[in-house]
Design a protein around this ligand. Structure first.
Ligand code: IPM
Ligand code: MG
Length: 369
């Protein structure tokens, strides 16, 4: 049996609680001899800052680089509002993404039939929604230099962030989107702001060229990013794969998440390039939701996005597509049976705890094996 190296970085807030539920499934798979794991744990975010004075230690980074996959919970919280900018909890996540070269962020948004009522949109608009946002994750305004606040001669201050993209960065993320579309409904919507941004003009050119050269069998449409946000809440089911830069992807994926009923439902995979020698690619899996400090420690958080992130790890890092299907089906079973955490419960109905939700998924998963 293969023995995969898995690094768990639970982080802050509800991170450790939702991670606990994914971990239960990992140890089940390992104990039953279904997939072998050697599991390591480390700190990230505010927890790492408290212990080491940095948002992620070099030792934790080394472990992440050596792991077959990293499972990441969430970082941040008011406790760390005043720490120096370079040590803020989010810096740990950004370092992981950048140093591991995780340029491709896959954020699927699926509206489970049982949850169509939990969406803030009308049921018929979201029922059966199944789309994928492919977000560029290591470039753009998140990392562009200069990035600074300077004091001008007249005493005024100026803040600068730099949006920058090169051809190869756009090329490789576009290819990820086209390849995924071929396995789905064969349509890519490329979102940018070519009407006001030079990076948008280049993005549009590169995506168009690659499409023409290598992917003309896939339907491609170009959409302005603001219009894309509007279309997402108007007729979300028109989309199959959306590809966009780092910042637009951050925003559009939060919109997409809410279509599915709750931010607590959306998983993500962040993937690096495939190593030509080993055939492996670095990978980190994380729920799209944050650390939700307001409900941390109450066992009220929804662990489904974390568990669905583990399903993505099974699919993309461990070559276990069938197990991933079974785990995703188990999530749907539990929802169909009416089990709800607070974020997705109808007003006036009972909500279960984080641990009860996790146990229900594990039970449903076992039934499907
Ligand atoms: C996300 C988050 C992060 C981002 C934060 C926590 C740095 O919002 O993964 O969507 O902006 O990328
Ligand atoms: Mg975000």
């Amino acid at each position: 049996m293969a023995n995969f190296k898995l690094l768990l970085l639970p982080g802050d807030g509800i991170g450790p609680e939702v991670m606990g539920q994914a971990e239960a499934i990992v140890s089940f798979l390992d104990k039953q001899g279904i997939v072998g794991f050697s599991v390591e744990r480390d700190l990230v975010g505010g927890a790492a800052y408290d212990a080491h004075g940095v948002a992620i230690s070099d030792a934790a980074m080394d472990r992440a680089q050596e792991a077959d996959a990293v499972l990441f919970g969430a970082v941040g919280g008011p406790k760390w509002d005043k720490v120096p900018y370079q040590h803020r909890p989010e810096a740990g996540l950004l370092r992981l993404r950048k140093d591991m070269g995780l340029f491709a962020n896959l954020r699927p948004a699926i509206c489970y039939p049982a949850l169509a009522d939990a969406s803030s949109l009308k049921k018929e608009l979201v029922e059966g929604l199944d789309m994928m946002i492919v977000r560029e994750l290591t470039g753009g305004v998140y990392f562009g230099e200069p990035k600074e606040i300077v004091t001008l001669e007249n005493g005024e201050k100026r803040g600068v962030d730099t949006q920058v993209y090169t051809t190869h960065e756009i090329d490789r993320i576009a290819r990820v989107a086209f390849d995924l579309a071929r396995l789905r409904r064969n349509k890519v919507s490329s979102a940018e702001k070519r009407n006001v941004m030079k990076t948008g003009v280049l993005w549009n050119e590169v995506v168009t060229a690659i499409h023409k050269r290598d992917y003309s069998d896939v339907t491609l449409e170009h959409v302005l990013a603001d219009n894309c946000a509007m279309q997402l809440v108007r007729t979300p089911k028109q989309f199959d794969v959306i590809v966009c830069d780092n910042l637009f992807g951050d925003i559009l994926s939060d919109v997409a998440a809410m279509l599915t009923g709750s931010l607590g439902m959306l998983p993500s995979a962040s993937l690096g390039a495939t190593d030509i020698n080993t055939g492996k690619r670095k990978a980190l899996y994380e729920p799209v939701h944050g650390s939700a400090p307001d409900i941390a420690g109450q066992s009220a958080a929804n662990p489904l996005a974390m568990i669905a992130s583990l399903a993505m790890a099974l699919r993309y890092s461990f070559g276990e597509g069938k197990l991933a299907d079974a785990l995703e089906a188990a999530l749907a079973d539990v929802l169909a049976a009416g089990t709800r955490t607070r974020d997705i419960a109808a007003p006036g109905t009972n909500a279960v705890s984080t641990t009860d939700m996790g146990s229900a998924v594990l039970k449903a998963f076992q039934k499907r094996l």
